[in-house]
Design a protein around this ligand. Structure first.
Ligand SMILES: C[S@@+](CC[C@H](N)C(=O)[O-])C[C@H]1O[C@@H](n2cnc3c(N)ncnc32)[C@H](O)[C@@H]1O
Length: 343
């Protein structure tokens, strides 16, 4: 049974709960249409206020999903943006050797509307997906959405994950909401997991916390992506640095009037989808790591592009001259998210 949604038939993005069509098995949100009602805008403004609070862990200590309409509004406008980050992280993980997991038990921790589980299942498959959240309403919503998106996958809400040993642990935009206790619980779950894929906002604070998780894992886990080396995180060496990337939104968000209006109303910069991520496994990856990973966004002027690179010996700077490498300079200018490594 789907969560009850009101008055959204015309504009509901296919694949989200409440859609009349059964979606295909892929991570939706990439073409979502978002004609938002006043009520939905107000709900999203309230949620963004909570998410952007500087002291989020304190602000968000109680369940902020008041009803299914809160989740539905999030699913239409904010979850797709997180989905685009997941698509970027999943693509890079695949390129670094992450394999299909069709029989796996996948646990989406802090699932919210379940966008991480849907994106993951569409990309790599799953035998069973467990949707865990402190909010029972969110678990039910996410499970319903995933059942629609992936009818062949067993899906269960899971309020108690104390005994679960996931083959794949997914974490998405949760770290900033966890206090020390929550972080300890998640660390214990991580101990029982075989693989983890974790996506967080690309701001300094969240990214550095995620790098801290990586530091704790790297003795016993293999860090698959985005890191080009297994050593200490160079971004943590300087207080001003953080490991982050920018996911490309689909072009429709700039041309579709609904997206443009909704983003303006909510004060969302459509160009910026900063994210940090971590893909780690217990078994050694089969593919070799690249020599470096481009960080952040290049600084591009008429003659050159300046790029920051994560390497085994620290964060380094490189310059790409337009005169000697015009195609690469243009790619860094027009499509920087597609450049993970320099030749
Ligand atoms: C910002 S939302 C992100 C939802 C979803 N993962 C996504 O990426 O769209 C954070 C979610 O974490 C859940 N959450 C916060 N603290 C939690 C905890 N200690 N245990 C389980 N879930 C938690 C919240 O209820 C919320 O659904």
């Amino acid at each position: 049974m789907l969560p009850a949604l009101r008055g959204q038939d015309r504009t509901q993005p296919p694949g989200e709960p409440g859609s009349r069509r059964l979606p295909k098995l892929r991570c939706r949100g990439d073409t979502a249409v978002v004609t938002l009602s006043r009520d939905e805008l107000a709900r999203l403004q309230r949620l963004r206020g909570i998410f952007l609070d500087d002291d989020l862990a304190r602000a968000a200590r109680t369940d902020y999903w008041r009803d299914d309409a809160d989740l539905a509004a999030y699913a239409r406008m904010l979850a797709p943006r997180i989905g685009w980050k997941w698509q970027a992280a999943l693509a890079e993980s695949r390129a670094r050797g992450w394999r299909r997991t069709d029989q796996a038990v996948v646990l989406d921790y802090g699932c919210g509307t379940g966008i991480a589980g849907r994106c993951y299942t569409a990309a790599f498959g799953a035998g069973t997906v467990l949707c865990h959240d402190r909010s029972p309403r969110a678990m039910a919503f996410a499970a319903a959405a995933l059942r629609q998106a992936a009818p062949g996958t067993a899906v269960h809400p899971a309020s108690d994950v104390g005994a679960v040993r996931p083959d794949v642990l997914l974490v998405s935009h949760v770290l900033g909401e966890l206090d020390a206790d929550g972080e300890r619980q998640l660390a214990a779950l991580l101990e029982r997991s075989a693989q983890v894929l974790w996506v967080e906002p690309g701001n300094r604070q969240c990214s550095r916390r995620l790098s801290g998780v990586r530091e704790r894992l790297r003795g016993t886990w293999h860090i698959l992506a985005p890191c080009p080396h297994p050593g200490a995180c160079p971004a943590l060496a300087s207080a001003d640095d953080w490991c982050h990337f920018f996911a490309p939104p689909p072009p429709e968000v700039f041309t579709d009037g609904d997206w443009v209006r909704a983003a303006r109303e909510l004060g969302i910069d459509q160009r910026a989808l900063p994210y940090a991520f971590l893909a780690a496994t217990r078994t050694a990856p089969s593919s070799a790591a690249p020599p470096h990973r481009v960080l952040g966004r290049p600084e591009v002027d008429a003659h050159q592009a300046r790029v920051r690179l994560c390497t085994a010996t620290g964060v380094q700077h490189a310059t790409v001259q337009k005169r000697s490498a015009p195609a690469l300079w243009r790619q860094l200018k027009k499509d920087p998210a597609t450049v993970r490594n320099l030749p």
